[in-house]
Design a protein around this ligand. Sequence first.
Ligand SMILES: [Zn+2]
Length: 191
Amino acid sequence: MPTFSKFITSQRGAQQILDSDGYIYSRKKSGDTALTSTWRCAKYNPPTKCKCHIYLALADNSLTLGTQPHNHSADGSVPARQEVLLSLKRKAADQPLSATQNLISETLADTAAEVNQTLPNLESLARVVQRSRASSSGSAQHAKATTSEDFILPSKYSDWIADGTFYVAPKIFPQSYTIHSVVDAKCLPLI
Ligand SMILES: [Zn+2]
């Protein structure tokens, strides 16, 4: 009989429960009683369609299993992976001036090799960073008016780092493209 292990946060920011067997549950919108909240296995979607439910006692966080068992084994690497992705998102929002690649390298360096193997590829990690920035303060920053002086600015510096994306851009632009340079040993966006 599994017991409550801890609350974790899904990639989309929703609260989830991790049980002592390594299974993860998402909050179900219906079925609560005055004493329990209802959660269903996070793999309830196709292709797994697991029907396992648990009931969390509000008084002491004890778990009661529903009648349906899991139809799959627990993926023990998922909670660790979610934590890595969350920490990457946080870094992206907190350090808007750091290059995407630096944040990813930093995060991967702090993470155990077994967990790194389960992470999405670098391109997807870069999108995690870009999305997190776009949803935090990014759009206001990008949308500032560009003047001709801005275009001269990069010419003062010898190192250019340029990157663009069609995926994440303020709604009024089809694409966002930035040029960074190394200024006083820091990588700063210029345009
Ligand atoms: Zn399940």
